[in-house]
Design a binder for this molecule. Structure first.
Ligand SMILES: Cc1ncc(COP(=O)(O)O)c(C=O)c1O
Length: 413
């Protein structure tokens, strides 16, 4: 059942930041935020502006990917772009704008401040706080016209105290056991929201625990949800959005798409599993690069970095790069991590430190300070993806992207 939610207007917030402001894009490096694209080699323009590391975000890829999802789910299903955690590291405001351009009509965040950040950037579309709303954040959430998730009596009591128009999405726990009310209680909560003259029951939802893994469990979660939804409809509630599916859910379980899908990872152009081949034209939106800051030859037997974990088996060329765990490059990637320099993927050499790491560039000719180094992205024939870095880091691509820290300047095209 189609539902547009309500539109917010900037007048509802005291401090309005003009449309087009950059949002949380890391350090201000003068013109850096407006530069159209990174050269793949020789970062003179960037280094002149003081940058030694950056993440290029191709917002047209986010628009394109969102559009692919919209085409996939069809006209009856709305797309919520999940832009929490700074848009999975891509920048919440530019990601939100790009996704809206691609056909998303809702935005999902995990906290009230994340929603307010979007409002301050002048984004009027419906925003759902998927997470907890603390008492102290309620009036700000109401002023920003955020839709709020309710999953227990305390939450219901809280939204009732506002005694004003609030869009409420009641969350049911169908097996994730994180946030959510047991099915019967979720139905009761939703009925009470529906009966309240101030509140609007805008949504009824649940979240899958293992949509990219356990199909039987996911189907059971969906069944529990649909049974509860049927009870809610029998109870007289109408005109609310039912939603369950995240990226793996919307790809693997078409029957779970319902009125709205909550797409995160996919809009950024990353598939939930490396080997999945859905949406063949999906485009990764983010390229993460740094530069070589020093090159040296170390003799056979010499070690590189803290803990002396890299030992040169023979004389080796080692290039220091301006990226470390303080930038979000997981220290665990010291073993098995790679980066691309001069079009060749090479191994990291030794332990990643806070601000720096080293590459074994023995087999790459002419590496010199200022050369661009790619940790996620493509250079020449070589490509490294968020999965590659995630595997080396012992984690998932979601975490690799979210971990890219604020001191890595984001540049938008
Ligand atoms: C409640 C909820 N819905 C949707 C998503 C989006 O998930 P995905 O990035 O797999 O699309 C998330 C992300 O963690 C989430 O927490």
């Amino acid at each position: 059942m189609p539902f547009c939610g309500h539109q917010w207007t900037p007048q509802t917030l005291a401090s309005h930041v003009p449309r087009g402001s950059r949002g949380p894009a890391g350090p201000d490096l003068g013109g850096l935020g407006r530069e159209p694209s990174a050269p793949t080699r020789g970062a003179s323009l960037l280094t002149e502006q003081g940058a030694t590391k950056w993440a290029d975000v191709d917002t047209s890829a986010i628009t394109h990917n969102t559009n692919l999802i919209k085409q996939l789910v069809g006209p009856k299903t709305a797309v919520m772009a999940v832009v929490k955690a700074n848009g999975y590291g891509h920048g919440a405001v530019p990601a939100a704008r790009a996704a809206l351009k691609g056909g998303a009509t809702w935005l999902g965040v995990s906290s009230v401040p994340e929603g307010i950040e979007l409002r301050k950037a002048g984004i009027p579309e419906p925003i759902l706080n998927l997470g907890y709303t603390p008492v102290a954040a309620l009036s700000a959430a109401v002023a920003a016209k955020l839709s709020l998730t309710v999953y227990d009596r305390e939450g219901l009591g809280l939204v009732k105290t506002a005694a004003t128009d609030i869009g409420v999405h009641v969350k049911l726990d169908s097996g994730m056991h994180r946030l959510g009310a047991a099915p019967d209680e979720a139905v009761r909560l939703a009925m009470e929201v529906d009966a309240d003259p101030d509140l609007r029951l805008e949504g009824f939802w649940t979240h899958f625990a293992d949509a990219d893994g356990d199909a039987a469990f996911t189907k059971e979660q969906l069944r529990i949800f649909l049974d509860a939804r049927a009870a809610l409809v029998r109870g007289g509630a109408t005109n609310f959005l039912s939603h369950t599916a995240n990226s793996p859910g919307l790809l693997r379980f078409p029957e779970a798409r319902l009125d709205l899908v909550r797409a995160g990872l996919l809009i950024y152009g990353v598939r939930p599993e490396r080997h999945w081949d859905d949406l063949p034209t999906l485009r990764p939106a983010l390229t993460w690069q740094t530069i070589v800051t020093h090159v040296m030859t170390v003799p056979a037997g010499a070690s590189v970095g803290y803990g002396r974990r890299f030992r040169a088996p023979a004389p080796a060329r080692v290039a220091t790069i301006a990226l470390g765990y303080g930038d979000g490059l997981h220290r665990r990637a010291s073993e098995g991590g790679e980066a691309i320099v001069r079009g060749m993927a090479v191994p990291l050499a030794g332990t990643i430190s806070m601000d720096q790491a080293a590459l074994d560039v023995t087999n790459v000719r002419d590496v010199a300070p200022g050369d661009v180094v790619t940790v996620i992205g493509q250079d020449g024939e070589a490509t490294l993806t968020a999965y590659d870095l995630a595997e080396a880091s012992g984690t998932i691509s979601y975490e690799v992207l979210c971990a890219i820290s604020a001191r890595v300047a984001r540049r938008y095209t």
